[in-house]
Design a protein around this ligand. Structure first.
Ligand SMILES: Cc1cc2nc3c(=O)[nH]c(=O)nc-3n(C[C@H](O)[C@H](O)[C@H](O)COP(=O)(O)OP(=O)(O)OC[C@H]3O[C@@H](n4cnc5c(N)ncnc54)[C@H](O)[C@@H]3O)c2cc1C
Length: 434
């Protein structure tokens, strides 16, 4: 029998930070579906928000609530903001290199933030944070990581989680028993035709939760980003930041006409683009920056400029095709402030969980912070309570499991649940998009 104290499913920022905050006398097994570096945490560009000083508390709180359409859980927001200085210090101690000015840490601002409170490392903050956490985890002798190992189910008895079933790197089914399981499986982008997420991040733990009657929350709160670079190819979509529209880029339809005020909130711009595409029967609209100063484009958006050039578009001379894309999942597996789910000995952290912190819409740069704050709280709770849990005794007959067509079964389960919750959203963004 393969027995571990704690299994963490997912090696993004949430899973890694949870592992780092567990005591070294616990055996920890981390698994990931793909190679370790392929998590959405690596893709975060903008940065990580943090409370700069106590004077900013009320503004930060209000900005988060306003972005979330006031549907947020206020206690979760309070915990996240108040924990942020401690989390940032911990990251710096681990070796994360945030950008500095002569006076100290350099803070930037994004849409929805009334103050400069976002820490960053160039425009690759997620990679800097996640790769540093991974290096620290690799130094831990109590943590073992298995790549290309996919969780396909949990082992459950009377609403108590006792481990997981995986398809390992040899494509064999295996039962892994544990006192505690932590889902850190990220969002649901893989279910959508257009998403900025990695394709393999497709909400497996949500489908498993639906099957095992684990409570979900706000599963229809899904953020659609108005502008990703259109491509006919399968796979992840490249994000064209809204800062580009902020600098004056305009959206044009098939006839070369503007059709929306580009500076309206994300959901309004995304819906207008979708409507225009439907009218013109096209798969994209165009985003033009040709009228902007060439040096501004190159200096302000070096990565976007470089990427577009690589795939054949020179932003200074031509417009680029863009389409809305699924970007972030605010809903998820319902958890409390210690990231406990409705099933005993099962926790959920990061984007796959929902403690209500983002409400209906995430404030930019709050998601990395949320992942770290609440995965640390999970680790603390587990450390304090695991003594009272015995190793599971249950025996599993793997031959009774039928895992054929699992991917499409799981996808359908989640999409049906979204439809049940919010038919309008489903029809606009899920129905014809898949
Ligand atoms: C393009 C982009 C830009 C972003 N920019 C920012 C930003 O600037 N600031 C910010 O705060 N946030 C940003 N975000 C959001 C942020 O990156 C994520 O919300 C956050 O990193 C999620 O972390 P996570 O650990 O929960 O999940 P992830 O980092 O997505 O990790 C999920 C892990 O689960 C594994 N997994 C999934 N299913 C299974 C399974 N069945 N079995 C085994 N393993 C599985 C995956 O392989 C992966 O290791 C951005 C996201 C994207 C896509």
């Amino acid at each position: 029998m393969d027995k571990t104290d704690v299994i963490i499913v997912g090696t993004g920022a949430a899973g890694l930070f949870c592992a780092l905050n567990l005591p070294e006398n616990l055996t920890v097994r981390m698994i990931t579906k793909d190679e370790i570096e392929n998590s959405d945490s690596y893709l975060a560009q903008g940065g990580i928000a943090a409370l700069r000083n106590s004077d900013d508390y009320d503004n930060y709180f209000e900005d988060t609530l306003k972005a979330g359409h006031y549907k947020n859980n206020k206690v979760s927001v309070e915990v996240m903001i108040k924990s942020s200085p401690e989390i940032i210090n911990e990251l710096i101690e681990y070796g994360v290199d945030f950008d500095h000015t002569q006076d100290g840490l350099s803070y930037t601002r994004e849409g929805g933030h009334s103050q400069y409170r976002i820490l960053h490392h160039k425009d690759i903050t997620g990679k800097e944070i996640t790769s540093t956490l991974l290096e620290r985890v690799r130094e831990k002798e109590n943590v073992k990581i298995s790549e290309y190992t996919k969780m396909v189910d949990i082992i459950e008895e009377d609403n108590i989680c006792k481990g997981i079933i995986v398809k390992n790197q040899h494509k064999e089914l295996e039962a892994l028993y544990a006192k505690i399981v932590v889902f850190a499986t990220g969002g649901i982008g893989g279910l959508f035709k257009h998403s900025t997420n990695f394709k393999h991040i497709s909400g497996d733990s949500l489908a498993i939760s639906i099957i095992h009657n684990i409570k979900l929350q706000d599963i229809n709160y899904i953020q659609i980003h108005p502008t990703s670079l259109y491509s006919k190819e399968m796979g992840r979509r490249f994000l064209i930041s809204e800062a580009v529209r902020g600098e004056g880029a305009v959206l044009l339809n098939d006839k070369g006409e503007r059709f929306v005020d580009e500076l309206q909130p994300r959901d309004i711009v995304a819906s207008a683009i979708k409507e225009e595409m439907k009218k013109d029967n096209t798969e994209f609209v165009n985003l033009s920056m040709k009228h902007l100063d060439m040096q501004t484009i190159k200096k302000r958006f070096p990565n976007i400029y470089k990427h577009c050039l690589e795939v054949g578009y020179d932003l200074t001379k031509e417009s680029i095709p863009v389409t809305p894309a699924q970007h972030y999942f605010m809903g998820g597996i319902k958890v409390d402030l210690d990231s406990k789910t409705s099933m005993e000995n099962l926790f959920a952290v990061g984007e796959t969980s929902c403690n209500g912190v983002h409400g209906q819409n995430r404030l930019g740069s709050n998601s990395l912070l949320e992942s770290l704050v609440f995965s640390k709280r999970a680790a603390k709770y587990i450390s304090n309570n695991i003594k009272s849990i015995d190793y599971p005794q249950v025996k599993i007959d793997l031959s009774k499991y039928d895992y054929d067509n699992l991917k499409s079964k799981y996808k359908q389960l989640i999409l049906n649940e979204i439809k049940r919750k919010d038919k309008k959203f489903y029809e606009q963004w899920c129905n014809n998009d898949n």
